[in-house]
Design a protein around this ligand. Structure first.
Ligand code: HSE
Length: 350
């Protein structure tokens, strides 16, 4: 059984969801994957840093109410800042799920660059750095022979990238259409049944779907970042420039429009469209009424959907959970297991 030491950056909904799954599934992971993942460090924004090279007790950390520093090993090296842990800690994989920034810059990007430069693999749910710096991070990962996986950046743990990159290898994707934000989809569903905007947002926050700053969701930026990632990773485009992207969120949707749509048997959803034009991608994000025969019509709650236009199969449609602690925490588990694919390890006799 191979021990994998994980440094976890961020202990919000996603980080906790990941830890819960690791605790719940440790026997299964050991039996089926011959892996023993250990969280050796947890860096939080407001509750301190816990570090223990022999592994932190996940049940204790998940039930802790306040500062988590005391859950580390007092005999282990002290790291005053998060940067110090990333640069000096002893770990194999950096799991990055701190709050995202709208331009991709900031501490998360620096943590990823530092870890990759040290040859450590990175798994992340953080959209900004991948949306703006995918190529740079990918090159850095290749140069240092490290892995870089980010399944949870789009559609939470619903496997967009592993399905598309592996399953559609040899196909060309020229266009996509998606409902990519769980919060907005959940809110529009409630509003179309008569709930008012503020109540719907409050509910989405309670369910753990919304970003730390929910303006990211309702103003459409979260969806735009996801579309930027899809366009680069699935269609190989350059980083979309601001003039190639038009964004309209749901904060100004007229309730009358929602009720009219309902009368016409339509569903209003926040739809992202991306189209490859040469090396560029044109992206639009806007509330759109969809007829009952549209593949993205039937997406209840925070479920997301994506239709890819391929040159081999025609449209390929994926639907699944798009937000939430467990669904997004699962993306990190999926990425972790993909890094240590058991068949590969068997082949190498590990
Ligand atoms: N706030 C995001 C959403 C979380 O609602 O879709 C998942 O990316």
């Amino acid at each position: 059984v191979l021990k994998v030491r994980i440094l976890l950056m961020g202990f919000g909904n996603v980080g906790r969801g990941f830890c819960r799954l690791l605790a719940e599934k440790s026997d299964y992971i050991e039996r089926h994957w011959r892996l023993e993942p250990r969280i050796v460090g947890i860096c939080t924004r407001t509750r301190g840093i816990a570090y223990d090279p022999s592994g932190i007790d996940l049940d204790r950390v998940l039930s802790a109410k306040d500062n988590i520093e005391s859950l580390g090993n007092p005999g282990s090296p002290r790291f005053p800042t998060q940067e110090d842990v990333v640069a000096g800690g002893d770990y194999d994989v950096l799991a990055e799920c701190t709050v995202t920034s709208t331009d991709g810059r900031g501490p998360a990007l620096e943590y990823m660059k530092e870890a990759l430069s040290r040859g450590k693999s990175v798994i992340t749910t953080n959209k900004g750095p991948i949306a703006f710096f995918y190529k740079n991070l990918h090159e850095l990962a290749c140069r240092h022979r490290a892995g870089l996986l980010f399944e949870g950046t789009v559609m939470a743990g619903t496997p967009v990238f592993s399905t598309s990159v592996n399953g559609l290898a040899g196909s060309r994707i020229s266009r996509f259409e998606g409902v990519l934000n769980g919060t907005c989809n959940y809110m529009l569903g409630l509003m179309q049944s008569g709930a008012d905007y503020d109540k719907a947002l409050e509910q989405a926050q309670k369910q753990g779907f919304a970003e730390a700053d929910p303006a990211m969701d309702v103003e459409g930026m979260d969806t735009a970042l996801k579309a930027m990632i899809l366009s680069q990773v699935l269609m190989g485009t350059d980083v979309p420039r601001p003039e190639d992207i038009s964004i309209q969120g749901i904060s100004h949707v007229d309730p009358e429009v929602l009720l009219d749509a309902k009368d016409n048997n339509e569903q209003v959803r926040l739809v992202a469209r991306g189209e490859k034009v040469g090396e560029k991608c044109r992206i639009s994000v806007k509330p759109t009424p969809l007829a009952a025969d549209h593949p993205l019509y039937n997406l209840p709650g925070a479920v997301n959907g994506l239709v890819l236009s391929t040159d081999t199969l025609g449209p390929v449609c994926l639907t699944g959970a798009g937000a939430g602690s467990k669904a997004t925490g699962f993306a990190l588990l999926h990425d972790l297991l993909s890094l240590y694919d058991s068949r590969e390890r068997c082949r190498k006799g590990m």
